[in-house]
Write a protein that binds this ligand. Structure first.
Ligand code: NAD
Length: 422
């Protein structure tokens, strides 16, 4: 693998692609296409805020590849959102939709800003300006957005409404992760975390030869993905011993897991704006959480959390990547050398885009499926994707990340070849 900076997610995504270039049966001309996004849109959004000042924000939409179907990917609001981060996230979406085997390509969007600095009215008008600026390049058959870091069903409702106004009819399928009342899907909010938990359960059985009830778990991040991962794992009987968010973490010593139910943890997190204040637990930092002696570590916050600097101190046996790009390529090598198995992001967190796909299908058919039907399909597809990657990893003697990536790259290249992209 070529030497890369641990800081730049796009360098990391390219290094991952380079790491499978010699393994996959793909012509160099197709690999060359896959190194670059098909299209990048950069927009300057000038907003007159309610306070009276006018601020210009940068927005991005990167469309990596659409050989297997329309572009698909989340929208992120974050002060560190930048073009190279969005490029990496778009490429990872292309791999993810291929691994979980749904007919989509990969894309991602972002606006560089801290949403907590904006009142709701400003946030809504900024979101609508973003849609106005990229309207011609999105749509149910072109590019479909969904929530990511600091965006949520309300953000998707504004996007759907603005796009529908511009196209003069209601278009629910332009976004997924919408509120139920606007055509959202049952089970979508919990889907990413539920999928992560299914992967964790399968990985625990396969690699640790244990039942999920018999393992300890630490989860970094308590947003959409982290909180639903914790909730589903607790439902499955796993011993969740530590959780954290941007303010810090909480550790229940003794290895038995939190004694208060998930709903109480969630209520405290919402009331205090922090999980670190759960009564009767020890406060720890995010750095300490990553280094706890647990069976399973689940990073569910942001990229670049396990790096060359701290990978040597990770003491978990399994790392299940709920966030996108939480482990840098350098760290990956260190974890692997230390005998730690990684279930990669493009497999582990693909439950979100899978149920987004179910939502899109329901919208296009003007249909509504039950939560039981959604969860049963999620369970089936996640287990199948996990087993496909595992089988490929065993037969090709590759780690799970390389196996998942090799499967994805070959599927996307095959679609380009059949379509005659060259
Ligand atoms: P979110 O905004 O709902 O939550 C993010 C969480 O991370 C919050 O609890 C926040 O406090 C915490 N956090 C932020 N910075 C942190 C830091 N430096 N250290 C520790 N914690 C920190 O976002 P989300 O939707 O839960 O997304 C989390 C990750 O999962 C991202 O990498 C995202 O791309 C990925 N992901 C999300 C989805 C989805 O459906 N929302 C799907 C697939 C992957």
């Amino acid at each position: 693998m070529e030497e890369v900076s641990d800081e730049d997610p796009y360098d990391n995504a390219l290094a991952q692609l380079a790491s499978v270039a010699e393994i996959v049966q793909v012509e160099p001309e197709y690999l060359e296409i896959l190194k670059h996004p098909r299209r990048e849109i950069v927009v300057y959004l000038s907003l007159k805020r309610l306070s009276g000042e006018t601020v210009t924000y940068m927005g991005y939409r990167v469309q990596h590849n659409n050989a297997r179907g329309p572009y698909k990917g989340g929208l992120r609001y974050h002060p560190d959102a930048r073009l190279n981060e969005v490029r990496a996230l778009a490429m990872w979406m292309t791999w993810k939709t291929a691994v979980i085997d749904i007919p989509y390509g990969g894309a991602k969007g972002g606006i560089t800003m801290n949403p907590s600095d904006l009142v709701t009215d400003d946030l809504e008008r900024l979101t609508r300006k973003y849609v106005d600026a990229i309207e011609r390049n999105i749509g149910p058959e072109i590019d479909i957005m969904a929530p990511d870091v600091n965006t949520n069903p309300q953000t998707m409702a504004w996007i759907m409404n603005e796009y529908s106004k511009l196209t003069t009819h209601q278009v629910p399928a332009v976004v997924t992760g919408k509120p139920l009342e606007l055509g959202g899907s049952e089970g979508r909010i919990a889907a990413t975390g539920r999928g992560v938990s299914i992967c964790a359960r399968q990985a625990v059985q396969t690699f640790l030869h244990k039942d999920i009830k018999d393992v300890t778990v630490a989860v970094q991040g308590f947003g959409n993905v982290g909180s639903h991962t914790v909730s589903t794992l607790m439902e499955m009987g796993a011993k969740v011993v530590a959780v954290s968010d941007v303010t810090g973490g909480a550790l229940a010593r003794g290895g038995r897991g939190f004694e208060i139910p998930f709903d109480a943890i969630s209520e405290i997190a919402q009331r205090d704006g922090s999980v670190s204040r759960i009564p009767g637990v020890e406060q720890i930092s995010n750095e300490e959480l990553l280094e706890l002696e647990v069976d399973v570590l689940i990073p569910a916050a942001l990229e670049n959390q396990i790096t060359e600097k701290n990978a040597g101190s990770v003491r978990a046996k399994l790392v299940v990547e709920a966030a996108n790009g939480p482990t840098t390529p350098h760290a990956d090598k260190i974890l692997t050398r230390n005998g730690i198995t990684i279930v990669p992001d493009i497999l582990a967190n693909s439950g979100g885009v899978l149920v987004s796909y179910f939502e899109w299908v329901q919208n296009l058919n003007r249909d509504h499926w039950t939560e039981e039907a959604i969860n049963a399909r999620l369970e089936f597809k996640m287990t199948k994707a996990f087993n496909d990657v595992l089988r490929y990893s065993v037969t090709s003697d590759l780690d799970m990340r390389k196996a998942a990536l090799a499967i994805a790259v070959q599927k996307v290249a095959s679609a380009m070849r059949l379509g005659g992209w060259h």
